[in-house]
Design a protein around this ligand. Structure first.
Ligand code: FES
Ligand code: FES
Length: 155
């Protein structure tokens, strides 16, 4: 066991855990933020996606000891009031079905739009190709990202 001081959703959290423990388990079981989901555990589905210093990562495959001082953002911290452009677009397009994959989808999309605020359809397809949805909500996810991008377009 070892002590780590994590910066998560702009708050400091100290945890005493095995250094090899995946960040996902630390977030869920030790910090108590359960919006981030476990899917495959092997970096293949994207359900566990969070941001480290704004970059989308698979938290199931990042040992807590590798986080260091990087800022962790989970779906709970994406927007102070849950009104991120993507969260609004997700509601407007009525995207989720069972909902299980959706936090990871939004976190991947949010990091992507930060990098590429005016994406083409192909850009969106490519950026989201690593996030799987058992319910097949891909078309609505695509539409919601387009909607969010259009809302942030500069005139
Ligand atoms: S649970 Fe991490 S990528 Fe599937
Ligand atoms: S909405 Fe059910 S897995 Fe994606």
């Amino acid at each position: 066991m070892a002590t780590f001081l994590l910066r998560i959703n702009q708050q400091s959290r100290e945890v005493d855990v095995d250094p090899q423990m995946p960040l996902l388990w630390v977030i869920r079981d030790f910090v108590g933020l359960t919006g981030t989901k476990y899917g495959c555990g092997i970096a293949q589905c994207g359900a566990c996606t969070v941001h480290l210093d704004g970059k989308a990562v698979r938290s199931c495959s990042v040992p807590v000891s590798a986080v260091g001082t990087k800022a962790i953002t989970t779906i709970e911290g994406l927007s102070p009031n849950g009104q991120h452009a993507l969260q609004r677009a997700w509601q407007q397009e009525d995207v989720p079905q069972c909902g299980y994959c959706q936090a990871g989808q939004i976190m991947t999309a949010a990091a992507f739009l930060e990098q590429q605020p005016h994406p083409t359809d192909d850009d969106i397809t490519r950026a989201m190709s690593g996030n799987l949805c058992r319910c097949g909500t891909y078309l609505r996810i695509h539409a919601a990202i387009k909607r969010a991008a259009a809302q942030t377009k500069t005139p």
